[in-house]
Write a protein that binds this ligand. Structure first.
Ligand code: ZN
Length: 273
C-alpha cells in the first residue's frame, strides 16, 4: 500500500523531468570539449598555485608553456595564496586526480634536471608540494623537477612503461621504472631527503635495492645495485650517496633502474625529475 502511494506520487510529480536530467548528464560527460575545458582550467590553476607557492612567478608559466603543456599563461608573480579555497573544492580535486593530465604531458619534457634540481633549491619545492597535499593528488605539471637526479649523468637506457622485455624478448612487458646507463660502481644519489625503508636483496628481480620514503606517499627505489651504503631507518638528504650502481638481479648489464612510487604504485619518474 505504502509503496504504491510513493510510486504514484513520483509519477505524478513528473516522470518526464526525471529521466531526461539523468540522460543529459550522461551525454555531456564524454564530450571532449568539456573535458578539454576542464583540463585547461585545471592546468591554469596548477600553474598559478605552484607559481604563487614556490615564488618562481612567471618563470614557471614560461617553462610550462615551452613544453607545449600550456599555450598561453599569464602568471601573477605575487598572487594571493588560494590553496585553502581550492582544497575545499571537490570538483577541483576530482579534476586534479584525473590521469589524462599527466598523460598529456608525457614524453616531450626533456630538460636536463641534474643542475636544476641539485643546486640552489635542494628540497624546497618537494617539501612545499608534499606539505600542501598527498603525493597522489599532485599533478605532473606541479611535480616535474621536484626530485633530484639519482645519477651525475642521466642517460636513459630504457623508459618507463610498456616495452619489449630485454630478459625474455616478450612484448608488452610493463617496465616499472626508468633505466639509466651507468657503469657498475657509479655513485647513486638520494633523489630527495627521506628515510631508508629498505636496503637489501629484492626477490623479484631488483637485485640489491634501496627504497627511500619521502613522506606523504612518495617513495623512490634504486635497483640492481652493486652495493648499498645505507641501512633501514637511516635518514638521508637529497644528493647523499646511498649506493653504487651494478647489475644484480634481473639485469642484462650495468645500469640503474630508478622507480618513483606514489601511494605504493609506480609512476613515470620523468613526471618527478
Ligand atoms: Zn629497469
Amino acid at each position: 500500500m505504502t509503496t504504491q502511494t510513493v510510486r504514484g506520487r513520483r509519477r505524478a510529480t513528473g516522470p518526464a523531468s526525471e529521466y531526461p536530467v539523468a540522460e543529459a548528464v550522461m551525454t555531456v560527460r564524454p564530450r571532449d570539449a568539456h573535458r578539454d575545458a576542464r583540463r585547461r582550467r585545471s592546468l591554469f590553476s596548477q600553474v598559478t598555485e605552484f607559481a604563487a607557492a614556490s615564488g618562481v612567478g612567471q618563470k614557471a608559466g614560461i617553462a610550462l608553456a615551452a613544453t607545449g603543456l600550456v599555450l598561453t599563461v599569464t602568471v601573477p608573480s605575487t598572487g594571493p595564496m588560494t590553496s585553502t579555497a581550492d582544497t575545499g573544492n571537490p570538483a577541483a580535486a576530482a579534476v586534479a586526480a584525473q590521469p589524462e593530465v599527466s598523460a598529456a604531458a608525457s614524453a616531450k619534457i626533456d630538460f636536463n634536471r641534474t643542475t636544476v634540481a641539485t643546486k640552489g633549491d635542494p628540497d624546497g619545492k618537494l617539501k612545499q608540494l608534499l606539505s600542501a597535499q598527498s603525493a597522489g593528488t599532485i599533478t605532473r605539471a606541479a611535480s616535474t623537477g621536484s626530485l633530484g637526479a639519482p645519477l651525475e649523468q642521466m642517460v636513459t637506457a630504457s623508459p618507463f612503461g610498456f616495452r619489449v622485455s630485454p630478459i625474455t624478448g616478450g612484448a608488452g612487458e610493463f617496465h616499472r621504472g626508468q633505466d639509466y646507463a651507468a657503469q657498475c660502481g657509479t655513485s647513486v644519489f638520494a633523489a630527495a631527503s627521506g628515510t631508508v625503508t629498505f636496503s637489501g636483496w629484492h626477490p623479484y628481480g631488483g637485485g640489491n635495492r634501496v627504497v627511500i620514503d619521502h613522506g606523504n606517499g612518495l617513495e623512490t627505489t634504486y635497483n640492481h645495485l652493486s652495493s648499498s651504503s645505507v641501512q633501514v631507518g637511516q635518514k638521508v638528504s637529497r644528493g647523499d650517496v646511498v649506493a653504487l650502481s651494478g647489475t644484480t638481479g634481473a639485469s642484462t648489464g650495468c645500469h640503474l633502474h630508478f622507480e618513483v612510487m606514489v601511494n605504493g604504485e609506480v609512476v613515470d619518474p620523468l613526471g618527478w625529475l
